[in-house]
Design a protein. Structure first.
Length: 321
């Protein structure tokens, strides 16, 4: 089951649950900021109290925008951040309202947003303006260090936008589908030998360590992350250069990196990496992993197929932003 099919299932689930629980999303009797009573609200998410089911949502973080889309709430989005990019294409045309550090607060107020999502607090004057207008600011983490943390972010978004009961059900179903898809990828390649690997973000030693989502996902699809014992995205240089460290790195069979941040030429010129014989390079898209959304499944498929066949497959679609 591909990512697009998974999205269709999630969207259908969302529609069915919302209709069954509250008679449909966005009754015609609702006014802009005075919707009819909803037994699923208020809810408290990300330090904010959401009094009613939001139908005009602004996201000031591309990672949260894409997660809102993943959960099937595309039609709720009325504004995105300046740095959103062109994925998903269906919402790339939406007006932008700045970024967390420099939001277009006048535009947000004029739009009459029901809720604003961000990964950090806004400047004090913008925070005060939202509070005066009664617009909740939902602050969620910018980075999940594990699947458990990522699941919680999705759950918080689901509850904020669908209510305490329906949101919980949708969130649980989404999380189950997400994990099932990862398990399917792993199962298809389970018969192949696990390989020692490194996910390198930049030279020389910035890589996915044991406290990163990337490291966890590598392990789940059949790789052995040699930096699992390290933390904070850094393999300690002294340890890497030690005799034991050099032996460990010499065991690496696969290295993942994004050519926008690390190049084969740079690896060959590195005093450390030029001495490591890596039989396989696999290019990944760092931005997709930074977004931490369903699109990671495409990247995991590339990684798993390359491990089992040595062939780098093409993505099922071309969106890479």
């Amino acid at each position: 089951m591909g990512r697009k099919k998974l999205f269709v299932i999630i969207s259908a689930l969302l529609l069915a649950l919302v209709i069954s629980s509250c008679g449909g999303e966005g009754s015609t009797s609702q006014q802009a900021n005075e919707p009819e009573a909803d037994p699923e609200y208020p809810v408290v998410v990300g330090g904010a109290i959401i009094e009613f089911r939001p139908s005009r949502v602004i996201s000031l973080a591309p990672s949260l925008t894409e997660k809102i889309y993943d959960l099937g709430h595309e039609r709720r989005l009325v504004g995105i951040s300046d740095h959103h990019g062109d994925y998903p294409a269906s919402i790339a045309h939406l007006p932008s309202y700045g970024i967390a550090t420099l939001p277009d607060i006048d535009g947000i107020l004029a739009l009459g947003a029901h809720v604003v999502f961000s990964v950090s607090e806004l400047p004090a004057d913008a925070m005060n303006a939202l509070e005066r207008a009664g617009i909740p600011l939902i602050i969620l983490p910018s980075y999940a260090h594990s699947m458990a943390e990522l699941e919680q972010i999705y759950m918080n978004i689901s509850i904020a936008l669908s209510g305490r009961t329906t949101g919980q059900i949708i969130g649980e179903q989404f999380i189950q589908l997400f994990n099932d898809r990862i398990d399917e990828i792993a199962a298809r390649h389970a018969g192949f030998q696990r390989k020692n690997a490194v996910y390198l973000r930049s030279l020389d030693f910035v890589m996915a360590t044991g406290d990163t989502l990337e490291g966890e996902l590598m392990e789940r699809i059949g790789f052995i992350n040699i930096a699992a014992g390290q933390a904070g995205w850094v393999f300690e240089p002294e340890e890497a250069s030690s005799e034991a460290g050099q032996e460990l790195f010499q065991s690496v069979e696969v290295i993942f990196f994004d050519e926008n941040y690390v190049t084969t030429e740079a690896l060959e010129q590195s005093a450390f990496w030029s001495g490591i014989d890596i039989p396989m390079y696999i290019y990944v898209n760092n931005k997709i992993f930074e977004r931490q959304t369903l699109r990671m499944l495409d990247q995991l498929e590339i990684m798993a197929v390359a491990r089992s066949t040595g062939i780098l497959p093409l993505l099922p679609d071309s969106e890479t932003s």
